[in-house]
Design a protein around this ligand. Structure first.
Ligand code: BDR
Ligand code: CA
Length: 312
C-alpha cells in the first residue's frame, strides 16, 4: 500500500478527495495536514477533523499548518466554500484533537519513520510543503512524488492568469516546482473536464450511507458557485479529487512531461504556472502535467468508492 500525506484546505473538493482516498486500502494515509486557503487556518483544520470524524478515522493524525502564505497576506475563497469552508451538510463535531506539533513537524516525522518513500498530496496552497522542503533537505530522497492540485497551462480561475492555490502562495509554489522532486500537476486544464453533473450527484445521493449523503450535500453547495454561466460549465469541476484518481488509476488521464515555472513578480500574471508544452525553453521537464481525463471513468470511480462506506 502506497504511503501518502494529504495536505489540504477543506474546502468541498478537498473533503471529497479525502473521502475518496480513505475508501482505498491501496493508499495508506500517514497524516492529514491543513493549509490556509479556502478558509482561515482554524476553519480548515476544524473541517479536516470533522470529515475524519464522519469517516470514523480518528486514528489518522492531523496537524495544522502555516497560518498565512510565506510572504503575502492570506486570500480566502469563502465565495466558493462559504462561511465555514464546508457549507452545506450538517457535519459532526470533531471527536478528537489535532496533534500538538505543526504540519511540517508531523510530515517530517511520518516521512522519517516510513519504510517506503512517501507521496505528498497537496490540494491547497503549497505553503506547508515549501516549508517542509526548505527545512528538511535530508528528507527529499524519501519523498517519492508530489501529486498536487494547482495551476493551469491555459487560463486561470482566480485571475485571468492564475489558479487559486498557486495565486495564494506563489513563492511556495516556486520552491516546490524547483525542488527536483517528481511532480504531478493536476491543473485546471484537466480539472475543468472533471465535472460532476446533476445526474451524478443523484447517483451519489442514492447510495445508502451517511458519507455518500454528506458528499451529495457538499456537491449541492459546491454547484451553486459553478452554475454561473460565465464559466461555461454543465456541472462543477472536482479539482482536488483528480489527485487521488490519478494515484488510483493514472490510465484515466492524458499527461505530458513539461517544464513548469511559477511567476512571482509580475502584477498582471502573478501566480501563473508557465507550462512549456512545446519544449521552447529547452529546460528539462519538472512535472507530469495532466491535460485530459476520462470523465465517466472518473465519476464511476468516485461513485463506486463511496459505496464502500458503512450503511446506517
Ligand atoms: C482549487 O481552489 C480551491 O478553492 C479548491 O479547493 C481547489 O483546490 C481550485 O482552483
Ligand atoms: Ca483545495
Amino acid at each position: 500500500s502506497r504511503p501518502i500525506i494529504l495536505d489540504c484546505d477543506p474546502g468541498h473538493d478537498d473533503a471529497i478527495a479525502l473521502i475518496l482516498a480513505l475508501a482505498h486500502p491501496e493508499l495508506s494515509p500517514l497524516a492529514v495536514t491543513t493549509s490556509a486557503g479556502n478558509q482561515t487556518p482554524d476553519k480548515t483544520l476544524n473541517n479536516a477533523l470533522r470529515i475524519l470524524t464522519l469517516l470514523n478515522r480518528s486514528d489518522i493524525p492531523v496537524a495544522g499548518g502555516a497560518v498565512k502564505p510565506l510572504s503575502r497576506e492570506l486570500i480566502i475563497a469563502d465565495n466558493v466554500h462559504g462561511e465555514t469552508g464546508l457549507d452545506g451538510p450538517a457535519l459532526p463535531v470533531p471527536s478528537f484533537e489535532p496533534q500538538a506539533i505543526s504540519a511540517v513537524e508531523l510530515m517530517a516525522q511520518k516521512i522519517r519513520q516510513s519504510d517506503k518513500p512517501v507521496t505528498l498530496v497537496p490540494t491547497g496552497p503549497l505553503t506547508n510543503i515549501a516549508l517542509l522542503l526548505a527545512s528538511h533537505a535530508e528528507l527529499h530522497a524519501k519523498i517519492e512524488r508530489i501529486v498536487l492540485m494547482g495551476g493551469a497551462a491555459g487560463v486561470g480561475n482566480w485571475t485571468p492568469a492564475a489558479e487559486f492555490n498557486i495565486f495564494v502562495d506563489p513563492e511556495a509554489a516556486d520552491i516546490v516546482f524547483k525542488s527536483g522532486i517528481p511532480i504531478t500537476m493536476c491543473g485546471l486544464d484537466v480539472t475543468h473536464q472533471a465535472q460532476i453533473m446533476d445526474e451524478d450527484i443523484e447517483r451519489i445521493r442514492a447510495i445508502p450511507n451517511p458519507v455518500a449523503k454528506c458528499v451529495a450535500e457538499l456537491l449541492d453547495f459546491f454547484m451553486i458557485y459553478h452554475r454561473d454561466p460565465k464559466w461555461g460549465f454543465v456541472g462543477a469541476p472536482l479539482h482536488d479529487p483528480c489527485t487521488i484518481a490519478w494515484l488510483l488509476n493514472p490510465a484515466l488521464f492524458d499527461a505530458q512531461d513539461c517544464w513548469v515555472g511559477i511567476e512571482t513578480q509580475s502584477e498582471l500574471t502573478l501566480g501563473m504556472t508557465v507550462v512549456d508544452r512545446y519544449q521552447l525553453t529547452g529546460k528539462p521537464a519538472n512535472a507530469t502535467v495532466l491535460f485530459g481525463i476520462d470523465r465517466q471513468g472518473f465519476v464511476d470511480l468516485l461513485v463506486d468508492s463511496l459505496a464502500v462506506y458503512t450503511p446506517t
